[in-house]
Design a protein around this ligand. Structure first.
Ligand code: RM4
Ligand code: MN
Ligand code: MN
Length: 430
């Protein structure tokens, strides 16, 4: 049995919101129209946008100190897709799922593709895993990624890392995906452990081989991260290295920005601008960070910075979210995982709506007139606006929920999953 969340159920549960929603929407639209803003265009763009859910985020995240399952966690990739379908029913904005191999290792890819299709879900960028040893990533187990994968001194290990990535691409082809994200744990934990330059060259060569073996309609994304698990040096540590690697790998290699993969106080919006400018911004992972790669809910710590980042994306897309692969890369340790994904998606939609309100022509004028106070006013006018009714309307038009978290709870999805999958089922992932 699979519990599905239907549009009728949502409409039913939310009927009591109708009158207030109409009033709020009319009031906000009128206010925006007075200010010369097309509210309808904002609703349309928010409604058009979709962000992938990662398969590992429908299970609870953990730390090295423990993990506390949510109850009713998906036991298989099919069940992960069921959860993403439930999420998408509520948000209307999570129409794709991103798989991580071998956490997801379907025996019958075509059947999995059909399972997803039946639920209105398609496959986003694939993720390879050469940061853990597992028979399907290390072949017959004769090699280990303990000292790296693509950067490893031993050619056999590098060969196996390439073979794993190619297997992930093959699987992706069967699922209808068209991109692979490569995040590598390669680096060192001790000064002198390896030669920086030789490690870089090996990774660059490996990525180029992978790139050259990709189907023509595929892209490859290099994802940088400053540290963890490598604690002294990571090969792909920053956006500059990521860009160098993408250039070296080939024309269809681009960079992926994960919001949690920057050292404290990095100006991430400027990083986004730089990569976009070079045409090599390929992917985006949403989350937030207080200390490191915390994978906290996007916008929960730095909402204004997130607004500025979205503004850069809109600048790159000339007023629309550019065609970059977007994914929520979070995995909350405490919240119900679906509730966290709902909140993340809601935050992204909310922030896109606010950033769309920025008068970009006036901002350019203020910049050219050396008027920072006026520029700040223009940003504040947008970032302090209540766009809730616009976001709710965008979701309603997609057949989704205006109040997704409350409706998720009222529909009793988690309780149904606990009954079906058990209190102690544990999803594969981190
Ligand atoms: C990494 C990185 C990757 C994700 C893994 C699970 O820190 O963010 O995108 O696939 O975690
Ligand atoms: Mn990531
Ligand atoms: Mn990460």
């Amino acid at each position: 049995m699979t519990v599905r969340i239907s549009i009728e159920q949502i409409r039913d549960v939310e009927a009591e919101l109708d009158a207030k929603h109409e009033r709020d929407l009319a009031a906000v639209s009128a206010r925006l129209t007075d200010g010369g803003i097309d509210a309808e265009a904002v609703i349309r763009e928010v409604g058009r946008f979709s962000v992938a859910a990662p398969s590992w985020a429908v299970g609870t995240g953990g730390t090295r100190f423990g993990r506390f399952p949510a109850g009713g966690e998906p036991r298989t990739t099919e069940e992960k897709i069921d959860d993403v379908a439930a999420l998408n029913a509520l948000t209307g904005a999570n129409r794709t799922i991103s798989l991580h191999v071998p956490w997801d290792d379907p025996k019958d890819p075509m059947a999995l593709r059909q399972h997803a299709l039946d639920r209105g879900i398609t496959f986003d960028a694939m993720n390879s895993n050469t940061f853990q040893d597992n028979p399907s990533t290390t072949g017959d187990g004769a090699v280990s990624y303990k000292f790296g994968s693509f950067a490893h001194a031993d050619a056999d290990v590098r060969k196996q890392a390439l073979a794993h990535n190619l297997a992930v691409v093959d699987l992706g082809v069967q699922l209808g995906a068209t991109a692979i994200t490569v995040w590598l744990a390669d680096g060192t934990n001790s000064p002198g452990q390896a030669n920086f330059r030789r490690q870089f060259e090996r990774v660059a060569d490996g990525l180029r081989e992978l790139h050259d073996a990709l189907p023509l309609d595929w892209e490859l994304y290099t994802e940088h991260k400053p540290y963890e698990p490598a604690m002294y040096s990571s090969v792909n540590a920053d956006w500059g290295t990521s860009l160098l690697l993408a250039h070296y790998a080939g024309a269809r290699a681009k960079c992926l920005v994960d919001l949690g993969h920057h050292l404290p106080n990095t100006n991430i919006e400027q990083v986004v601008s730089r990569l976009a400018m070079t045409g090599r911004l390929g992917g985006f992972h949403f989350n937030d960070s207080k200390y490191g790669d915390d994978d906290l809910t996007v916008g929960s710590i730095h909402p204004y910075q997130f607004f500025l980042i979205v503004l850069e994306l809109l600048d790159h897309g000339d007023g629309a979210m550019p065609p970059v692969r977007y994914m929520i890369d979070a995995s909350h340790n405490l919240k119900d995982p679906i509730e966290d994904l709902i909140q993340a998606t809601d935050q992204i939609q909310f922030t896109i709506a606010q950033a769309l309100l920025v008068d970009r022509a006036a901002l350019a004028d203020a910049q050219d007139a050396n008027d920072p106070a006026r520029a700040a006013e223009l940003l504040h006018a947008a970032s302090r606006s209540d766009v809730g009714p616009l976001v709710a309307e965008a979701r309603r038009r997609n057949g989704a929920a205006r109040s997704p978290l409350t409706t998720f709870r009222r529909l009793g999805y988690r309780a149904a999953m606990v009954a079906e999958r058990g209190e102690d089922s544990v999803a594969s992932g981190l």
